[in-house]
Ligand binder design. Structure first.
Ligand code: MN
Length: 245
């Protein structure tokens, strides 16, 4: 098995290092990841400047671009053959509900999916990397699981509670929940007295009922959500057709 690994926290992040270490025991791995933290970059591609590929002493490739750039360049310019799987993460912080639209972690997996390759995005709930080795072991278990019965290619979004491996024994299939509107922007000023802004934190969970990713992880379970990229609002399309008639 050949696995392409990327992330959005950058190639030096503990999450991608722990993940690569575990997956190297079961597959041929290639790591291609951003050279800096590009969290929240969604599916953006860099089109206004050239991109450089560097190779670190441990064999990881880093690129001065986004997660989508990394997977795109890996698949079209670095790898000789297509990988069997694209894996992204392990992200520092959850990617649930509406987060998935902004997430660079999910985007790296999505880029593989759009190239017809099965893909899995892994995120760890909460911050701090306390149990990142445990999350990486669990990620390896999931990669080894029989997922070939799924419609291929599949795109899976996995959120892992920040707990010891022995407490990560329940994996549940979920749907995305929903968040409230984001917190307001944070206003401040720079040393010259000019006004500056920081994007505020995401809103709290709004739709966190049974069956959602929020509900699963709040119970300490590992959440797996199958994603698709078709954004067409089908019932609205029918209404629109009537309006335009
Ligand atoms: Mn991130």
């Amino acid at each position: 098995m050949k696995i392409l690994i990327s992330n959005d926290d950058g190639y030096l992040a503990p999450g991608i290092n722990a993940l690569a270490e575990q997956l190297a025991t079961i597959a041929d791995i290639v790591v291609v990841a951003p050279d800096s933290n590009r969290s929240g970059s969604s599916n953006s591609l860099t089109l206004d400047r050239p991109l450089r590929v560097m190779r670190a002493a441990n064999g990881f490739y880093s690129i001065n671009g986004t997660p989508s750039d990394c997977v795109h360049i890996a698949l079209t310019g670095i790898l000789d053959t297509q990988p069997d799987l694209v894996v992204s993460g392990i992200n520092q912080g959850q990617n649930m509900g509406d987060d998935t639209l902004y997430s660079g972690t999910v985007a790296a997996a999505t880029e593989g999916f759009l190239f017809g390759i099965p893909a899995i995005a892994f995120s760890q709930v909460d911050y701090g990397w306390a149990h990142i080795e445990d999350a990486a072991k669990l990620a390896k278990d999931i990669v080894l699981r029989r997922l070939d019965e799924l419609q291929t290619p599949y795109l899976l979004n996995v959120n892992i509670p920040n707990r010891p491996y022995g407490e990560l024994n329940t994996v549940v299939a979920t749907r995305l929940g929903k968040r409230h509107q984001s917190e307001p922007v944070i206003r401040s000023s720079d040393p010259h007295g000019n006004e500056i802004f920081w994007i505020g934190p995401p809103g709290q969970a709004k739709e966190a009922s049974e069956g959602t990713d929020f509900h699963a992880t709040s119970h300490g379970w590992v959440s797996m959500t199958p994603l698709q990229i078709d954004l067409t609002h089908s019932s609205q399309l029918e209404r629109l057709k009537r309006v335009l008639r």
